[in-house]
Design a protein around this ligand. Structure first.
Ligand SMILES: [Zn+2]
Length: 274
């Protein structure tokens, strides 16, 4: 199986599998939609696949399929709780106890903890005990937008892999492979969100497209010194934090492009929506 544009993740993992020296703890970092969860599943498949080829999981055997369908009994994703959706100390303590129970029907047990933003220090200290001396069969995969949220003691015990965006072409190929989008939709989404496959998908599903159009309007008003238009466009963003974050993120890339164009001319690498 292939993951588009993720060689910087798949190659070191395959090397560990080939050498029979798989690490027990991973931290995958990168912005929302970039593919952290898919990479976490790739690592799980690399550990459990029944039909590895040169260290690469097949993506088709019983184990790989159950991981893809989120029904593998030995691949566990603990629940987050509370208003801010964090892993509570209690949840991590339960995971600690569970980790010392043998796997159900594999030789491995894998815990995937997505979106580990805002993990409290005392929760991390319980985690630390677990990843310091894990049972031989247990593996832990954490994902977060940045590694800044983790204690240095945790970071020193996991392999941190930054998940890169793919190129526009790889992203378009990945969207095409899903077989549910038209070429026009793919072009529009990649034009707005470039190599971020997750964001391109949600853009086509509606939520991101409106943000991209609004971003274009804001930039147009700024370029035309249209203060009234700018105020109207900013007002249209509304109160959704996610939408504000999305648009600010896009504007940030526009500013980057403007600076690059100013310094290096029109041929500078463009990554923004306009
Ligand atoms: Zn497999």
């Amino acid at each position: 199986m292939t993951l588009f544009g993720k060689q910087s993740v798949t190659e070191p993992i395959s090397a560990m599998v080939r050498k029979g020296r798989m690490a027990h703890g991973f931290l995958l970092t990168g912005e929302k939609g970039v593919g952290k969860q898919i990479c976490a599943k790739y690592i799980a498949k690399s550990i459990m696949c029944e039909n590895l080829q040169d260290g690469v999981p097949c993506g088709a055997c019983r184990q790989c399929r159950r991981i893809d369908e989120d029904v593998h009994p030995d691949v566990i994703t603990p629940e987050r709780s509370g208003k801010t959706l964090v892993y509570s100390a209690e949840t991590v303590r339960e995971m600690y106890d569970d980790a010392y129970t043998m796997p159900n029907d594999c030789d491995a047990k894998i815990y995937i903890l997505p979106d580990c933003e805002s993990l409290q220090e005392r929760t991390q200290n319980i985690l630390l005990k677990l990843i310091e001396e894990p049972p031989e069969y247990a593996y832990f995969i954490f994902t977060a937008q940045s590694k800044g949220t983790f204690l240095p003691t945790i970071l020193s015990r996991v392999i941190t892999l930054g998940i890169p965006e793919c190129s526009d072409e790889e992203c378009a190929a990945a969207l095409r492979e899903k077989g549910k989008f038209t070429e026009e939709q793919i072009a529009e989404a990649v034009g707005a969100f470039h190599g971020n496959i997750g964001r391109c998908e949600s853009c086509i599903d509606g939520e991101g497209l409106e943000a991209a159009q609004l971003c274009r309007k804001i930039v147009g008003c700024m370029a035309a010194s249209d203060e009234y238009g700018l105020c109207t466009a900013l007002n249209e963003i509304g109160e959704s934090r996610d939408k504000v974050r999305d648009i600010l993120g896009m504007l940030d890339k526009v500013m980057r492009d403007v600076c690059a164009a100013r310094l290096y001319g029109e041929n500078a690498d463009r990554k923004s929506v306009v």
